[in-house]
Design a protein around this ligand. Structure first.
Ligand SMILES: [Zn+2]
Length: 92
């Protein structure tokens, strides 16, 4: 390879990475990378439980595993929430 080339995510052509836009279709290259770099973790809500993130680029088996873990997490948080509610109710 003479130049560093990247694959355009819009038209899937190999284009020179030195340009901001695709030489073939004219769309912005590496748009996804940039938006992720700008907001690494979109202002997290502290009240919301930290659920496992499932990414599109994960392998299907990983996604299935994560879905199972996440369901487990949601059930766990539901139980904790219920216990907290019971405790508050019993005390008050
Ligand atoms: Zn393109």
């Amino acid at each position: 390879m003479k130049n560093h080339q990247i694959k355009c995510e819009h038209c899937f052509e190999w284009v020179s990475a030195k340009y901001e836009t695709c030489e073939n279709c004219g769309k912005t290259l590496r748009a996804k990378e940039k938006s992720e770099a700008l907001n690494p973790n979109k202002k997290r809500d502290p009240l919301k439980p930290d659920l496992i993130q499932i990414y599109e680029h994960d392998k299907p088996i990983i996604q299935v595993g994560k879905h199972i873990l996440r369901t487990g997490q949601i059930i766990l948080y539901a139980i904790i929430g219920f216990l907290v509610w019971i405790t508050t109710w019993a005390v008050g």
